[in-house]
Write a protein that binds this ligand. Structure first.
Ligand SMILES: [Zn+2]
Length: 85
């Protein structure tokens, strides 16, 4: 999925990002996603919000996962590095 990161920050070990993710079904439409990725004990937690229909109907959506993936890659480039292991 095509993702445009608007902002990526590392805050207290969390990666926070705002992104636009291209709709797979509607040409020209981009969904706005807010996502946080962090580690809690032995799990990786992905928390996100999206403005797509699936999210509004209470379903998980792929846009949050796509934004999280790109945010993790880019967060590693931020000074000081960041890893999930
Ligand atoms: Zn979505």
């Amino acid at each position: 999925m095509e993702v445009k990161l608007i902002e990526v920050k590392r805050i207290r070990g969390r990666v926070h990002a705002v992104a636009l993710v291209k709709s797979a079904s509607r040409p020209g439409l981009w969904h706005r996603v807010h996502v946080d990725v962090y580690r809690a004990s032995n799990r990786i937690i992905i928390e996100g919000q999206c403005d797509c229909e699936a999210f509004r109907y209470g379903l998980p959506c792929r846009h949050i996962l796509a934004a999280a993936d790109k945010a993790i890659i880019n967060a590693r480039l931020i000074k000081g590095g960041w890893g999930l292991n």
